[in-house]
Ligand binder design. Structure first.
Ligand code: CAA
Length: 317
């Protein structure tokens, strides 16, 4: 089924044709057997999810890199829990789960990524952090390795400028929780090569994901739409228009959202929401993207949402 997904030429051609003339003549997706090993930077909820789908669905060996053993151990423990749950639900066999686990190797240095064919970076949403990582990857990785970033809003072109091979750099924006959400938004930067775009789309499809292609604008498509929606909900709360619970219930039951906007903000992380909203505001200069004062206050207080135990709601840690 996954191989069939890679060969879904018509769908892919339609997507690429819609975004820009530059990709209108992009060839049908080619075989990606040359992608033999994946590197993932960051073993938090996004990085771990990406490593999980690369190993469990694409059946590719993965090097999962984070700065400390404590971090990678924590990530791998979570992966074990995901696998156990999938086995218990008979989604996969115990043998498949064992195979998945064996495909993932932990590492605590970027130099471990010297043999991978694609790196997917899922470090924190900060341009300086990402630029430093990409500068190092430029020196460490094979010259033809794809350098992908899971940034949710930062310019791919800016991140690529930290390297000497901007043509190899691309955005590969997964949604949280990665094992569940079906979308990967793919964002070529100004200089991204067409073969890098095609390989990235094909790889995401082997992970069982549907792909969309977006231009390199602040927030791309997903967060250009989602963040103003979340921000408006926070502004309603700030203005005392309704309680958090009633805002969420309105959207959950009134518009069939799986989560209300404030629950979703807590789930994404209020620090991440604020960082994305600042990118939208600063990079467009448009006041309509101004983050609400209340969101800034919550982040200042260390109320980051579910991960810190408190956001718009309280959580048992
Ligand atoms: N990691 C892995 N799997 C998870 C998970 C996690 N963190 N959280 C839930 N799941 C799995 C559950 O294990 C369960 O799997 P099974 O079907 O195999 O049992 C499945 O998701 C459904 O979970 P639940 O039954 O516990 O709960 P639910 O039905 O309420 O679904 C949800 C949970 C999938 C998170 C759902 O509430 C949802 O879709 N919420 C919206 C999520 C969303 O909008 N994500 C995008 C955020 S934006 C983003 O990521 C981009 C960005 O740049 C900010």
């Amino acid at each position: 089924m996954l191989r069939t997904a890679i060969r879904s030429h018509a769908n892919l051609s339609l997507q690429t044709a819609q975004i820009s003339k530059r990709f209108m003549s992009a060839p049908a997706p080619k075989n990606i057997d040359h992608i033999k090993r994946v590197g993932v930077i960051g073993s938090g909820q996004m990085g771990l999810g990406i490593a999980y789908v690369a190993a469990n669905v694409s059946r590719l060996p993965v090097t999962l890199m984070d700065i400390s053993k404590e971090q990678t151990d924590k990530g791998l423990k979570f992966m074990d829990r995901l696998l156990e749950k999938d086995v218990a639900k008979e989604k996969i066999t115990a043998e498949h789960a064992k195979g998945t686990r064996e495909l993932v190797t932990a590492a605590n240095s970027l130099s471990a990524l010297s043999d991978v064919d694609i790196v997917i970076e899922a470090a924190s949403e900060n341009l300086n952090v990402k630029s430093a990582i990409f500068r190092d990857l430029d020196a460490i990785c094979k010259s033809d390795a794809i350098l992908a970033t899971n940034t949710s809003s930062i310019s791919i072109t800016k991140i690529a400028a930290a390297t000497k091979k901007a043509e190899q750099v691309i955005g590969m924006h997964f949604m949280n929780p990665v094992p569940v959400m079906k979308l990967v938004e793919v964002i070529p930067g100004l200089a991204t090569a067409d073969n890098v775009l095609q390989d990235t789309l094909a790889l995401a499809q082997t992970m069982g994901k549907t792909t969309t292609v977006a231009q390199d604008i602040p927030g791309f498509v997903a967060n250009r739409l989602l963040m103003p929606y979340i921000n408006e909900a926070v502004m309603l709360l700030e203005g005392g228009v309704a309680s958090a619970k009633d805002i969420d219930t309105t959207m959950k039951l009134g518009t069939n959202m799986p989560m209300g906007p404030l629950t979703l903000a807590d789930f994404i992380g209020l620090d991440t929401c604020l960082a994305i909203q600042k990118v939208l505001h600063e990079n467009t200069g448009d006041s309509k993207y101004r983050p609400s004062v209340l969101l800034q206050k919550y982040v200042d207080a260390g109320w980051y949402g579910k991960k810190s135990g408190r956001g718009f709601y309280s959580y048992n840690k």
